[in-house]
Ligand binder design. Structure first.
Ligand SMILES: Nc1ncnc2c1ncn2[C@@H]1O[C@H](COP(=O)(O)OP(=O)(O)OP(=O)(O)O)[C@@H](O)[C@H]1O
Ligand SMILES: [Mg+2]
Length: 260
C-alpha cells in the first residue's frame, strides 16, 4: 500500500480536485485498488464521485462510534473506493479532532486495519494549512504531493509545507519523497508562465505536473461528472492523465494500460 497525502499551505488551490482526478486516472490506467479518504470537514471529496453531500455517513462519525471504515466506504461508478468525511455537528467534529490530536498514529492504524493489497494506492485529501488532519496525513504518507498555484503567495507558502514535511515525514524510514503539482496554470498570463518556469527550475523532476486552468474542471463538478469523462480530450483532463502517469512511475507502479 502506498499512501499519498495531498496538501497545501494555502486553500482553494485544487487539492480536492487533484485527489479525485488523479485517483480516477490511476484507476483507469490499470491500478487495481485505488482508495481516497477525505480528511477535511468540508466533506467535498465525495462530490467528485457523485456522493450525497448531505449523507451523514463517513470517517468522522464512524470513528467516533468505533465502527469499521468498511461500512462507510462507497465505490464510485469508475471503480475508486471513496471514504467521505461525512457530516457531523460541531461538538462531534471537535471530539473527533481531539481524538486525532491524542492519537497521532490513528490514520496509520486505520489504514493498516483495512488490509489493502500491497499494490493499493491511497490518496488522503486534507484541509489547507497545519491541522490535526494534515498531521495525520503526513504521518501516514510515503509520498506527499504539494499543490500550488502559479502566484507569488502560493510560491511563498511552499516553505511552510516544507517545514511540516520535515517535522512529520522526513524522520520516518518509510517516507519516500515530496512531489509538487502546479495547478491552474495559464499560458496567456506572463506571471503564470514566469512562476511555472521558476518552479520547473527549482524543483526539477519533483514537479510532476502542470495542470492548466480549464473551465471544464468547474463544469464537471457542477454536472456531477468526472472531468476525465466530462471533457475527455480537454486540456486539464490531458494534464491530469499525464500527471497520474508520472506519479505512477515515481511510486514504482506497473500500469496495466486500461482505458485512455
Ligand atoms: N485546473 C483548474 N481549472 C479550473 N478550475 C479549477 C482547476 N482546479 C481546481 N479548480 C477549481 O478551483 C476551486 C478550488 O478547487 P478545490 O476545491 O479542489 O481546491 P482545494 O485546494 O481542495 O480547496 P480547499 O483548500 O478549500 O480544500 C474549485 O472550484 C475547482 O473546481
Ligand atoms: Mg479541498
Amino acid at each position: 500500500m502506498k499512501v499519498i497525502a495531498i496538501v497545501s499551505a494555502k486553500g482553494g488551490v485544487g487539492k480536492t480536485t487533484l485527489t479525485a482526478n488523479l485517483a480516477t486516472a490511476l484507476e483507469r490506467q490499470g491500478v487495481a485498488t485505488v482508495l481516497v479518504a477525505d480528511l477535511d470537514p468540508q466533506n467535498a471529496l465525495g462530490l467528485h464521485f457523485g456522493a450525497d453531500p448531505a449523507s451523514l455517513a463517513g470517517i468522522s462519525r464512524a470513528s467516533l462510534a468505533g465502527e469499521d471504515w468498511g461500512a462507510v466506504c462507497v465505490q464510485s461508478p469508475l471503480g475508486v473506493h471513496v471514504l467521505p468525511y461525512g457530516v457531523v455537528n460541531e461538538a462531534d467534529r471537535m471530539a473527533f479532532e481531539r481524538h486525532l490530536d491524542a492519537h497521532p498514529n490513528w490514520l496509520v492504524q486505520q489504514l493498516q486495519s483495512l488490509d489493502l493489497p500491497q499494490d493499493a494506492v491511497v490518496f488522503i485529501d486534507t484541509p489547507p494549512g497545519p491541522s490535526v488532519y494534515m498531521q495525520q496525513a503526513l504521518t501516514a504518507a510515503q509520498v506527499v504531493v504539494v499543490v500550488s498555484l502559479p502566484d507569488a503567495a502560493s510560491y511563498a507558502a511552499l516553505a511552510l509545507m516544507q517545514r511540516l514535511v520535515h517535522a512529520y515525514c522526513t524522520p520516518r524510514p518509510d517516507f519516500s519523497e515530496t512531489l509538487y503539482v502546479l495547478n491552474q496554470a495559464d499560458a496567456a498570463r506572463q506571471l503564470s508562465k514566469d512562476i511555472t518556469r521558476v518552479m520547473q527550475d527549482s524543483l526539477g523532476e519533483r514537479l510532476i505536473g502542470v495542470i492548466h486552468e480549464d473551465q471544464a474542471v468547474r463544469e464537471a463538478l457542477a454536472y456531477d461528472q468526472s472531468l476525465l469523462e466530462y471533457d475527455t480530450h480537454g486540456q486539464a483532463a490531458d494534464d491530469l492523465r499525464k500527471c497520474a502517469r508520472v506519479l505512477a512511475q515515481r511510486l514504482g507502479l506497473r500500469l496495466a494500460g486500461a482505458a485512455p
